[in-house]
Design a protein. Structure first.
Lengths: 307, 288
């Protein structure tokens, strides 16, 4: 899966007046990977993406997409990327079908309008004006338009922002399907759920910097955030013995339950099972509450991600 | 082009490009013409000029709307250049304005029994070049203003100058001497004069060489300026030097205006064409 880098970003900085939007952002995205930029509003996600789309110029640093410089390459660059922008619109009186036809006409290689309408569930709305579409329909059209040239790299800036949970899940299904199609996707989000569900790797961005980077699982493992293991056994354990198990930082009792706080869950479980065997004890129930990316964000920044 | 279909669905566009010119046709022909077939070529020339000048409003407002709503930035991600965006808007505007011109000719002939059709080739060239000139001037306004409000205010000011100082409503010979001197610097004055001469005097295009050259020069400069100053992003502000650049677009008409201030050819023609209406009872007869 990890072959050549399709997107490379090195030490990007960008300042708007007094605001330092980016303070040295670096990462790279491999072919076929879904990479997420996760962070609160104003963290610098959109600035980063818009530099990669060629819409903004960084103050310093380097960005490349498919080996091309987004700021200097012309049509060649535009042909390999597709984008769903965060703040954009179409003319109110443009019909769905017309939008796909028009944008398709800009590219030498294009997907058919009928196919896109079908794939994005817009067939019924094909003749509707842009102004008549709901938020979810507009977003589906934006995704369809981003794919009109069958791009190698797809930029999705907050693809589900402002949508209700039901519609958000529809968009997830679409993105998951794109993922199966081996597209390289860079998406930004401030929804934890979205990053965990869709992304192969995630960069957590805050105040213009990448503060953590890895697969959602790596991030959780690497973080100091502890996992809570709740155990109930047939016979009570000798007090304190569980606290000495590998990886356990703290042990508490709560009614009949033992709460083990562990930084290395697999090891703790193995040790626990061994101990139970030695003691000829039996396990009645076991519950693992892993830390979410939300916990990690909280741990790294001291703040919560908010909608 | 889907630009055209958009324009058709835009009420403001329909107003400026169809309803306004046609209502002027009926007002002019009905009130001033009073069934005078000899007066029709002169009156139609004014209506044609108004139709052409409508491009000025349409394009600036459309471009600023597209920029403010973030529509342009979506095009920017696609392989579309500023020049193509601007050219397509001018061309679609042109194709949509031509039917209005044809309708105006048809009505003048059929309803108002216009005595002659004028120099049709000359009219066609003037209308074509005129639309290009006024459309690009509109684009220049769009590229130096930052908000729709600014655009509307500047458009209003310039539009009033075009409307009242160019001879399209108040005939040039009727205007005070001092105002005439200002009129000589307005592109609209030469459009009106050229159309009047083509309609009334059947002058050939070569007699309008200077006027046509100024319009062409203005179009080319205005187009280049607006591609250079083109802004895709809603929050991008026009740099201060932009206003200087924009001023470059009017250079051809500054030169022509200076020349006309000496020779007053436009005035001479305007006077003779105006007299073609030949109605002593006219309430707006030149005071001579």
């Amino acid at each position: 899966m990890m072959n050549t880098a399709v997107i490379e970003v090195e030490n990007l900085t960008k300042r708007y007046g007094d605001v330092e939007a980016l303070r040295g952002v670096s990462f790279s995205v491999s072919e076929g990977e879904v990479f997420g930029l996760l962070g609160p509003n104003g963290a610098g996600k959109t600035s980063t993406v818009e530099i990669l789309e060629g819409l903004r110029t960084p103050d310093s640093g380097r960005a490349s997409v498919c080996g091309l410089d987004p700021q200097r390459s012309g049509a060649e660059f535009k042909h390999v990327i597709g984008a769903a922008l965060q703040s954009t619109a179409l003319p109110d009186k443009m019909r769905v079908r017309e939008a796909l036809d028009l944008f398709g006409s800009f590219y030498p290689r294009r997907r058919g309008t009928a196919e896109l309408l079908k794939r994005f569930g817009l067939e019924e709305k094909r003749n509707a004006f842009y102004s008549q579409l709901s938020g979810g329909q507009k977003q589906r059209l934006a995704l369809a338009m981003a794919l009109v040239n069958d791009p190698r790299v797809l930029f999705l800036d907050e693809p589900t922002a402002g949508l209700d949970p039901q519609v958000r899940r529809e968009i997830y299904d679409i993105i998951e399907e794109l993922k199966k199609g081996k597209k390289t996707i860079l998406l930004t989000t401030h929804y934890i759920e979205e990053a965990e569900r869709l992304c192969d790797r995630v960069a957590i961005v805050d105040h213009g910097k990448v503060i953590a980077l890895g697969t959602p699982r790596e991030l959780k493992e690497r973080s100091g955030a502890v996992t809570r293991i709740t155990v109930r056994m047939a016979r009570p354990e000798t007090n304190g013995a569980l606290g000495t198990l590998e990886g356990v930082t703290e042990c508490r009792t709560e009614a009949a339950d033992y709460l083990l706080y562990s930084t290395r869950v697999p090891r703790t479980i193995v040790a626990l099972v061994k101990r139970l065997e030695e003691q000829n004890n039996e396990l009645i129930s076991l519950e693992i509450a892993a830390p979410s990316l939300e916990d990690i964000f909280l741990e790294l920044t001291g703040r919560r991600l908010r909608d | 082009m889907s630009r055209m279909r958009l324009a058709m669905r835009n009420r403001a566009f329909l107003f400026f490009s169809l309803i306004m010119p046609l209502s002027f046709l009926f007002i002019y022909a009905g009130i001033f013409g009073r069934g005078n077939r000899q007066a029709m070529p002169y009156l139609l020339a004014e209506v044609l000029a108004l139709t052409v000048m409508g491009s000025f409003w349409g394009l600036s407002v459309q471009l600023v709307t597209f920029r403010e709503q973030g529509i342009l930035r979506r095009f920017r991600v696609a392989p579309v250049g500023a020049g193509a965006m601007l050219a397509s808007s001018i061309i679609s505007n042109y194709i949509l304005t031509i039917p209005t011109v044809v309708i105006e000719f048809y009505l003048s002939r059929q309803v108002f029994h216009m005595s002659s059709m004028g120099n049709l080739v000359g009219v066609f060239v003037l209308v074509t070049l005129g639309i290009a000139t006024f459309a690009t001037l509109g684009l220049v306004i769009a590229s130096v203003t930052n908000t729709m409000q600014e655009t509307q205010i500047i458009n209003q000011i310039i539009w009033f100058a075009f409307l009242f100082l160019s001879g399209v409503t108040v005939p040039l010979p009727v205007l005070p001497k001092l105002v005439q001197k200002v009129s000589y610097f307005l592109p609209a004055t030469y459009l009106v004069s050229g159309l009047q001469q083509s309609m009334v005097d059947h002058v050939s295009l070569s007699d309008l060489g200077l006027d046509l050259a100024s319009m062409l020069g203005c179009t080319v400069i205005a187009f280049l300026v607006s591609t250079q100053l083109f802004r895709w992003e809603p929050e991008a502000k026009a740099p201060r030097r932009a206003k200087l650049w924009a001023a470059a677009a009017v250079i051809p008409f500054l030169l022509l205006g200076a020349w006309e201030n000496k020779h007053e050819h436009v005035l001479t023609h305007a006077l003779s064409d105006y007299q073609s209406i030949d109605r002593p009872s006219s309430p707006t007869m030149p005071a001579r």
